[in-house]
Ligand binder design. Sequence first.
Ligand code: ADP
Ligand code: ZN
Ligand code: ZN
Length: 727
Amino acid sequence: MIAVSPVLQVVFDTPMRRRFDYLAPAGAAAPPPGARVRVPFGRRRAIGLVEARAAASELPLAKLKPIISAIDAAPLWDAATFALLRWAADYYHHPLGEVLFGALPKMLREGAAATREEIVWRIGDAGRAAIAAGARLGRRQQALLALLGGDGASAATIAGAGHGAVLREFARRGWLESRARPEAPPAAGAGRPGPVLTAAQAAAVGRIAAALGGFGAFLLHGVTGSGKTEVYLRLIERTLAAGRGALVLVPEIALTPQLVARFRERLAAPVIALHSSLADGARLAAWRAAAAGRAPVVIGTRSAVFTPMPALGLVVVDEEHDASYKQQEGFRYSARDLAVARAQRAGVPVVLGSATPSLESLANAAAGRYERLTLPERTGRAGKPRVTVVDLRIHPARDGLSPPALAAIGRHLEDRGQVLVFLNRRGYAPALFCSNCGWIAPCAACDARLTVHLARARLSCHHCGAEAAMPFACPVCGNELAPVGEGTERVETALRQLFPGAPLVRVDRDVIRRRGELEQALAAVTDGRARILLGTQMLTKGHDFPDVTLVVVLAADQGLFGADFRASERLAQQIVQVAGRAGRADRPGEVLIQTAYPEHPLLKCLIAEGYEGFAALALEERRAAGWPPYSHLALLRADAPVRGDVYAFLEAAQAAPPAPRERIRILGPAPAALARRAGRHRAQLLVESPARAALQEFLGAWTPALAQLRAPRALRWSLDVDPAEVD
Ligand code: ADP
Ligand code: ZN
Ligand code: ZN
């Protein structure tokens, strides 16, 4: 008689949209959903994840292979997080295997143990007897004794304290005993008290704290420095006091060191940071500590939303408007949206904080789905900065700088102010041009121009990374070539010539390449050595520049006519964020915005009424045009080396079932804004519906049909639900 074993439905780290059935080991307990197993897979062995257990399979049981072994006895995730992951795979119509494995640290994907005990050493009976009998102990022996008191210490801790040799000596004498205990959590923070809350902060804390213990979504709208982080800290203190933990999402790694240090100083609990530059081992240790509930405060970037936390009590998303919360490749999820979904599943409050909330979140607040809490302008701030527009048609710019902008820079430098110049384009110039025949240096692999990097004498493609030497003359007519337009490198050259006495710091991806370099560069601004700060959107995040009295936005037009429906929202956020980082009480700030379109309604509105006025008008435009949040989108992207293959695939997708398409519109195929990148032709279908449920229902039937379409091997396609960019 063969024992009846339950069937394990297993998924793998592959794009396959299916699960595979295996037999659970006879006699032993079957691994639960969410546990890893080693199984035979074709001729190989592979690590899979149990999605579910079942009593039967579509195949006869005799055809199923048994698993080789179970790696985990318990699920890797708490129930709410595992439910979130399964829901996310459904919602984004992405293969579950990739979703689950993608949520794990690399070492867990490769089979490392999910829990770890460490061995600790203590003085045993024999040792205690010897010491009681008067064994002679030197200073170093005494120090080790102190370390071994209480719960004992691990060999690593003892070696780290410099007592490894003495430990070996005690072992030789037979004085030690050992036992295993769960790996020690990171050290708890200092638990320093915070400032007395302002009335607005206290009100916000009160509203959100009243919701602790159940789901509630809050939009915390307050300018930079208005005290949002202080509100998070108070709420986390309350969460900890209730014996629960907090998950805090932040957009950028550059933000994390300062923020983590502040959390560690304030909270009397272990705080761990999860971000992409952690080494594999450190990431695994942090994951284990969070999963075991030993690190109740987790601060992390996008993927930290999937960190298991058994006693989650609060979710915070700082700078919730930030584009980096949306993953742009593979599993294209929004960590902001998943944070809300996770809070819902865990039955805890979620706080979305921003100085420039996304239009989606503002619409959610207006619809009553989120409660909106406002922190007024920061205290110690001399009102709003004065904003002026420079019309570039009247005041033509040279090297990107108009005469009124140069005059203002000179004036502020003379008054011992600091100046911030914002231009969201790196390199010397965005194109190299022949004025004789009109030739423009193209990227061979993209429908794009090469950017001039003059100092390196190179041309570089900012889309595919291709590089070429600067030509000496036009390859077509032999004429001289000239860089047209400007990037930060060119503006730097001009500013250094025009203001030789003003030390300048430039911040963009060409000059800041490694972690820590940004901190270093900005230190020169904060301590006053640098007088001019020039940079790209790197400047719009995380750092305050209290002595900056003038902010100049060089090319505000880039966002006004972008092909993407979100372009103007991003532009407004960048302008408000960069302007909001400048100024302090005794020095009212001034903001200059250069544009060739001063009468553009959105720009006018932003300048006259600020971000809120802009947001109201932009939402009206979205409603009139039927864009999100008043419609729901999915984008099917495809690319291939042969253009015809891309369009043939998308046309087949257009025609693919399901046939009745109630409340669904499919637009395209249309070329992507960059119709060729890195040698591949790119096009897309836009799926649109006024109702999220209708879109989901359609995609649920359409995605499997797409997977069945015949396409050349070299063709790649992907589905992006709630795309951040549709151009
Ligand atoms: P945000 O997160 O909105 O940028 P923070 O919470 O970082 O704002 O606060 C900005 C600065 O003001 C910080 O230096 C913080 O310590 C300080 N701060 C915040 N709240 C208060 C308060 N109630 N009283 C005094 N200082 C405060
Ligand atoms: Zn030419
Ligand atoms: Zn290119």
